[in-house]
Design a protein around this ligand. Structure first.
Ligand code: HEC
Length: 231
């Protein structure tokens, strides 16, 4: 603040000197100007010292009202914020309804219903826990057949993130779902395609709230995205 005032004054003075110079100032006028300049500097230095004296730094000895925080919960939430929630956390709060929206991206190639026919891709009834490439009625790529094992939640997540990375040379030509929240939603929806849905992996209760927040953000984005699609 003082610095600004000082600079304004100095600037003003330089302008004045310039003017006076033009008017062929005499040494008396010049003296006056320097005196004025010196005075301003002295005054400003005085103000500076004064304010320092009046408003002496009052360091607070301690919080007047200490805020008690349960450190354990905070740590858990911090971890979630930094690393992003795990698949288990996201699944625990995933919305099947949102999963149906995401499934619009799969519909061209997959039917979800029991006894539904194969399209470009195989029918997905009972997909969670099903052996990879198991339907006799569908002709899978040899890469899919060779992958082996069952479709666990983790495998589905990895496959749907980037099919061609999880199974190089898969026939499923689909870019993948980049958002972890979208994948959790579709996986939660795929889980319902069964008479005996497979249990989700267990989660620590402390992180579920934080995960809900994250997936809440994602679902807002999703509904915006799908609104845009309809325009
Ligand atoms: C362009 C068509 C296409 C799209 C879009 C597509 N898929 Fe596929 N999907 C396939 C094909 C083809 C296969 C068989 C892959 C192979 O044999 O390598 C497959 C295989 C799968 C499998 C493994 C099935 C099994 O029996 O082992 C799953 C699970 C799957 N898709 C889920 C999805 C989901 C979920 C989506 C949407 C997010 C999706 N797919 C989008 C074509 C598609």
């Amino acid at each position: 603040m003082e610095a600004m005032v000082l600079w304004t004054i100095v600037f003003r003075l330089i302008l004045d000197i310039n003017n006076l110079w033009d008017r062929k100032l005499n040494s008396f006028e010049l003296n006056k100007i320097f005196m004025a300049l010196l005075l301003t500097v002295l005054i400003l230095m005085g103000i500076n010292g004064l304010t320092g004296a009046i408003f002496e730094d009052e360091h607070m000895a301690s919080n007047a009202f200490p805020i008690e925080v349960e450190t354990e919960t905070v740590v858990a939430v911090d971890v979630v914020v930094e690393q992003g929630p795990s698949l288990a956390d996201l699944l625990a709060v995933a919305s099947v309804e949102k999963g149906h929206k995401v499934f619009k991206k799969c519909k061209a190639c997959h039917t979800p219903d029991n006894g539904g026919k194969n399209l470009v891709g195989p029918n997905l009834w009972n997909i969670v826990g099903r052996t990879k490439g198991a339907l006799d009625s569908f002709s899978y790529s040899s890469a899919m057949k060779a992958k082996g094992g069952e479709w666990t939640y983790d495998d589905l997540d990895a496959f749907l993130k980037k099919p061609g990375k999880f199974i190089a040379k898969t026939k499923m030509s689909f870019a993948g779902l980049k958002k972890a929240g979208d994948r959790a939603a579709i996986i939660a929806m795929l889980r319902t395609l069964s008479d005996a849905p497979v249990d989700f992996p267990a989660v620590e209760a402390a992180v579920v709230d934080a995960a809900a927040e994250v997936s809440g953000d994602v679902s807002e984005e999703m509904s915006e995205a799908s609104e845009n699609e309809h325009q």
